[in-house]
Design a binder for this molecule. Structure first.
Ligand code: NI
Length: 268
């Protein structure tokens, strides 16, 4: 897939993420050639690996139910937790770690971070960073901004300050909107594949209800679940697309043939 297409996909993910924010979001392509990649919507991997991610918890009843299902199937997932929920359910946060899952930062109280000043963003991410470290002993390395909203400057800043890589997604069942297990299952099964980062929310009962059949169907396809950090470690540059044959007649040199990223594809 071309870079412009990937950027469009990433934006499509943002435009439909969670409850739509009231303002258009900035483009998120902060990755620059020759620099470490710090933002991911999906990975390119050479095996059948993908990552399930669950946002907005821990939730008092739905998260433990999900953990039981994952344990039964020996499946690992990544939980993007809200700090104030970790403070409310520290035992569940500990259980996430004890059972081999990854825990990552989803802010303290789920605001749209692009609307806040640096001091407030520092507080949102820093308080969550600290409560997770105090509760579980884990120093988190991944961030998912609420609504996927985080400017390129904020992404670079959070990477410098905490070493956070910014994790978006390429599969979004819109489970916050459609509280239907059948819908969640069919959307995930219709779009997930190797390298996918699947977005869901462990605060919704319907999402948890969808998981046994969804996970079993993906396992039956030969797919294997890893944490986001494990998936990132497998990420490889995508090989260039094969050239069309027969080769087209070479075009004369032009200054405008280079592919360019879309700059303002924002939709309301
Ligand atoms: Ni969220």
């Amino acid at each position: 897939m071309s870079r412009p297409f990937l950027a469009l996909l990433a934006f499509a993910g943002l435009a439909t993420a969670e409850t739509p924010p009231p303002m258009a979001l900035p483009a998120t392509a902060v990755n620059e050639p020759g620099r470490p990649k710090i933002t991911f919507s999906q990975c390119h991997v050479e095996g059948p690996y993908l990552a399930l991610t669950f946002d907005d918890g821990p939730h008092g009843t739905n998260t433990p139910r999900l953990l039981d299902m994952l344990k039964q199937r020996k499946v690992k997932a990544t939980f993007f937790v809200v700090g104030q929920c970790v403070a409310e359910y520290p035992e569940i946060a500990k259980r996430i770690i004890d059972e081999g899952h990854e825990i990552a930062n989803h802010s303290w109280s789920h605001p749209q971070l692009t609307k806040l000043g640096e001091g407030s963003v520092t507080e949102q991410l820093g308080k969550t960073h600290d409560v997770v470290r105090q509760t579980t002993g884990v120093t988190m390395t991944l961030l998912r901004p609420p609504y996927g909203a985080f400017t390129p400057n904020q992404q670079a800043w959070a990477f410098r300050k905490w070493g956070y890589r910014c994790i978006l997604w390429d599969v979004d069942p819109l489970d916050w909107k459609y509280r239907s297990a059948a819908h969640v299952k069919s959307e995930i099964l219709g779009h997930a594949g190797p390298g996918s980062i699947v977005l869901s929310h462990d605060i919704h009962k319907s999402t948890i209800d969808a998981m046994p059949e969804t996970i079993d169907a993906l396992l039956a396809r030969g797919l294997k679940f890893v944490t986001v950090s494990e998936l990132l470690a497998m990420d490889r540059p995508k090989p260039p697309a094969p050239k069309a044959t027969p080769a087209p007649k070479p075009a004369p040199p032009s200054e405008s043939t280079a592919a360019t990223l879309p700059t303002s594809t924002a939709k309301p």
